[in-house]
Unconditional design. Sequence first.
Length: 156
Amino acid sequence: GDVSDLVNNLLQGKVGPAMQDSWRILINSSVGLGGLFDPATALDLPDHDEDFGQTLGTWGIGSGPYLVLPFLGPSTVRDGIARVADGRLKPQRYLHPVSHRNGIYGLDVIHTRSELLSAEGAIFGDRYTFLREAYLQRRNYLIHDGETDDAFADDF
């Protein structure tokens, strides 16, 4: 969410994106009826999608071993711990009664899984190895804002 993006951009020292996140929160909270709608995107304020795992990676904290968390999917020790901090910044956490909050969390897990279904056909070879490498490469890409070392680029 935008609040988590704002906090993590500030912790990573990204002032420009943090300012955009502040505007997103203001616009989506007022014009977007408390965040039900996203008019900020229509106003060219991008969603930066930062998380505490990226912040810890930016600070130089290693990822630790790769693991697959039940119902949550692939992660690393660093990202698994970071999910706790990210969870504190989600507005769903403060929704009562608990049954409503758990229902929203369940829908979020189902939505995330449904977004990954189209990628199933791209998996070849050992599924575990493929998913592990894809996850670790994507996290590295996100932590370094797309500026990663490409081992193959030097050959050309």
